[in-house]
Write a protein that binds this ligand. Structure first.
Ligand SMILES: [Zn+2]
Length: 197
């Protein structure tokens, strides 16, 4: 399934260690499913409690010494895709969540060069909480030598070679927008306040 390359296989002994599960609520039955030898390979995602429990354990695992090393290898292989910005020149990305709570949003990718987040190219249906909000930042604290330079070039908007003034790039203010539409598109009969947006 597309997106599985984002996920590390959490070793069974990590899951069985109660210390690693502190604070996670789960039922014994759910844990039994997660511990089945075939479970974490069929990440075609058993939905529901098992997915959530495994996902939350995964978020902890990738912060552990073994897990962060697994993620380093995946990062170097380019498993998480690359920054779509032209001037980032294909900088490899890391997965990140926009929330540490389950069910808030799907995984995003973080570019360590421009320090922005993007939708992954193939939109894996993985919950962002499987990776968490801190992961890429802790990753580069562990491996500061892997941190890339910021992009050296930046796009400069020009017309016939001349740079545009900042003010030419600003959106119209909302009052101007509605008066524009009322005169140009709708005519003088309708009032600006009735325009949507
Ligand atoms: Zn970038």
């Amino acid at each position: 399934m597309i997106g599985n390359e984002f996920v590390c296989r959490v070793p069974i002994d990590f899951i069985e260690n109660k210390f690693n599960l502190t604070g996670l609520e789960y039922l014994k039955d759910t844990m039994n499913v997660v511990l089945e030898p075939l479970f974490d390979r069929s990440v075609a995602w058993v939905s529901g409690y098992e997915e959530k429990l495994y996902g939350m354990i995964h978020a902890r695992y990738i912060m552990s010494a073994r897990g962060v090393e697994d993620m380093r290898l995946k990062y170097l292989m380019g498993d998480f895709g690359s920054c779509p910005k032209f001037y980032c020149k294909g900088q490899k990305a890391l997965p990140v969540g926009l929330s540490d709570k389950w069910g808030q949003s799907k995984v995003k990718i973080y570019c360590p060069s421009c320090k922005d987040v993007f939708r992954p190219k193939y939109r894996p249906k993985l919950d962002g909480a499987m990776f968490g909000t801190s992961f890429p930042h802790l990753f580069f604290m562990q491996f500061p030598m892997l941190r890339p330079q910021p992009p050296v070039e930046k796009y400069v908007p020009r017309i016939h070679g001349f740079r545009l003034h900042e003010s030419a790039l600003m959106p119209l203010e909302s009052s101007e927008t509605s008066s524009e539409t009322s005169t140009e598109d709708i005519g003088s009969t309708s009032s600006p306040s009735s325009c949507p947006n």
